[in-house]
Design a protein around this ligand. Structure first.
Ligand code: S3P
Length: 173
């Protein structure tokens, strides 16, 4: 199977937007998003899954999604939820790319978005900024450890990043 590109990183760093940009650059790839897949599979919003079934149940759904992706999907750029990097078989899915940014940059990116309120509301783990900061601090080294490629998203345009990644992971153009 052709390799996938898997985008990991903290909430709000721009994984979905970069996935869409990559697919715009290379029409032979498909964009998928693990949160969207989980919402379709369960017919339930992420926020509601957290509120009713709890975080552990959500993590199990992420693992189930990872299993399916590894066995069935190729030629895709897959944006993931901020905690997806914890799935056991991540390397079986594709080349893991960590979108790296500082926490304060991420907060500004979310707050400057035209739909900032909506972006925050749908993220149960971003309800309290200091808690989100601690979560970020507990994770950033792990993201780097899991990744095959680390890209700094703070100092480059999305289009440039997309082109770089397409070159680096050897996708068709
Ligand atoms: C989470 C990130 C969210 C979503 C869920 C949990 C996390 O996705 O999967 O709310 O643990 O960081 P985004 O990274 O797209 O916000």
């Amino acid at each position: 199977m052709g390799k996938n590109i898997l985008l990991i990183g903290f909430m709000g760093v721009g994984k979905g937007a970069l996935a869409r940009e990559i697919v715009r650059c290379d029409g032979s790839l498909y964009a998928l998003d693990t949160d969207d897949m989980i919402e379709s599979m369960t017919n339930t919003r992420i926020k509601k899954i957290f509120a009713t079934a709890g975080e552990e149940a959500f993590r199990a759904l992420e693992q189930k999604t990872a299993q399916w992706l590894a066995g069935n999907v190729s030629n895709a750029v897959i944006s993931t939820g901020g905690g997806f990097y914890k799935v056991k078989n991540i390397k079986d899915i594709g080349t893991v790319v960590y979108l790296k940014a500082d926490f304060d940059w991420i907060v500004q990116r979310i707050l400057n978005a035209p739909n900032a309120k909506k972006k925050l509301k749908k993220r149960p783990l971003f309800q309290d900024i200091e808690r989100a900061r601690s979560l970020f601090e507990s994770r950033y080294e792990e993201y780097e450890r899991v990744a095959d490629i680390v890209v700094d998203v703070m100092h480059k345009e999305r289009e440039e990043l997309a082109k770089e990644l397409l070159g680096e992971v050897g996708c068709r153009s």
